[in-house]
Design a protein around this ligand. Structure first.
Ligand SMILES: *Cc1c(COP(=O)(O)O)cnc(C)c1O
Length: 370
């Protein structure tokens, strides 16, 4: 089976350095908020050109702690996309605020700035654009709207570590940004992890406090916080991977371009488009088709794994029944949830395996009798 992604193939190439660095962590006796976390935070802040990076337990917590640190709470509304992983909206609800959705762009799958502006109310406090599948959202337009209405912009950059927008790194484009180090993400560890990046030093300080039970000095608690930290072992793995990240992202882009060149004549699929303002780091290679079920079955029979991101929009999830959204509220996002599917793409994907995927897709026959 050719998997849709394969984190192991990434780690395998640097396994000896990882083992050495993990040994050092084990023998150091420091497992929580030690030197590796500090170094990782400094390296990431440097790389993105922001003043601060604060490592937390996962990408969802990165969003929750950022929202909480901005003081976003019950009665507030936060505008985001209905076409993302559930956690984007879940974090908003978790701090007591209400997610308000705005439809996406059909080509980039990212939130549509003109739709955001239609959803602004007196209660709106922030916008969370998602750089979906590794492609940056339209940040200039979004930041302009935020400025006009005095809103915070929190990038959900969980799928886009290493991407740039008009030559600026994702994670440095709003008031704060959130990343996930979940194993399948472009920059990842062997478990859960996340980080918030920002040039708002007050915000960073607040998040540092929130992640350790609202405390700055041990056993003195200024507020009710969380327990949300990145472990030293994960920081060590991430530090070992960081020098290879750009190379891994370049492999993803090369493979994506190869798919685009070899598949562009197939009329039953629509290839992902790239926006001129940003670099797409292809967390996922997602195509649109009217024959999703049949293609997935066909590829499965050929030993090729596919994925559907995402089969159900967030506004139509059972968990959000109370918000009273209905089918038809976000027609573009809903259409994408019925048409998109992803094919294998990861740094260790061999040309031979990629060719198998390409050949299998070329052999797919649209059955017009159904
Ligand atoms: C993965 C992901 C998250 C959540 O990250 P976790 O580390 O799994 O908590 C949030 N938003 C998006 C867009 C993601 O892809």
């Amino acid at each position: 089976m050719i998997p849709i992604s394969d984190p192991k193939s990434q780690f395998e190439t640097i396994i000896d350095s990882i083992v050495t660095n993990l040994k050092d962590v084990i023998l150091s006796g420091k497992y929580i908020l030690g030197p590796n976390v500090k170094k990782l935070e400094e390296k990431i802040a440097d790389r993105l050109g922001v003043t601060d990076a604060v490592a937390v337990a996962n990408g969802t917590d990165a969003l929750i702690l950022t929202l909480a640190a901005f003081g976003i709470k019950e009665g507030d509304e936060v505008i985001t996309t209905p076409f993302s992983f559930f956690a984007t909206a879940e974090a908003i609800t978790r701090v007591g605020a209400t997610p308000v959705f705005a439809d996406v762009n059909e080509e980039t799958f990212n939130i549509e700035p003109t739709e955001i502006e239609k959803k602004i109310s007196r209660r709106t406090t922030a916008i969370i654009p998602v750089h979906l599948f590794g492609q940056p959202a339209m940040m200039d337009e979004i930041n302009a709207i935020a400025k006009k209405y005095d809103l915070y912009v929190i990038e959900d950059a969980c799928q886009a570590f290493g991407a740039t927008y008009k030559s600026q790194p994702v994670g440095s484009l709003g008031d704060a940004a959130c990343f996930s180090f979940f194993p399948t993400k472009n920059f990842s560890t062997m478990g859960d992890g996340g980080i918030v990046t920002t040039s708002n030093q007050k915000l960073a300080e607040k998040i540092r406090k929130l992640r350790v039970h609202g405390s700055q000095t041990k056993y003195h608690h200024d507020e009710i916080g969380y327990n949300s930290r990145l472990d030293e072992i994960h920081a060590a793995i991430l530090l070992t991977s960081l020098p290879y990240l750009d190379e891994w992202n370049r492999s993803r882009i090369t493979l994506a371009n190869r798919y685009k060149n070899k598949l562009n004549h197939l009329d039953f699929i629509k290839l992902p488009s790239m926006h001129n303002d940003g670099s797409h780091v292809f967390h996922l290679f997602s195509l649109a088709t009217d024959y999703r079920t049949e293609i997935i079955k066909h590829l499965q029979a050929e030993g090729i794994q596919t994925g559907v991101y995402y089969p159900r929009c967030i506004h139509l999830q059972n968990a959000y029944r109370n918000l009273d959204y209905k089918e038809g509220d976000f027609p573009i996002a809903e259409a994408l949830s019925k048409k998109l599917f992803s094919i294998p793409l990861y740094p260790g994907l061999t040309i031979q395996d990629q060719d198998k995927v390409i050949t299998a897709l070329k052999h797919f026959k649209v059955n017009n009798n159904d």
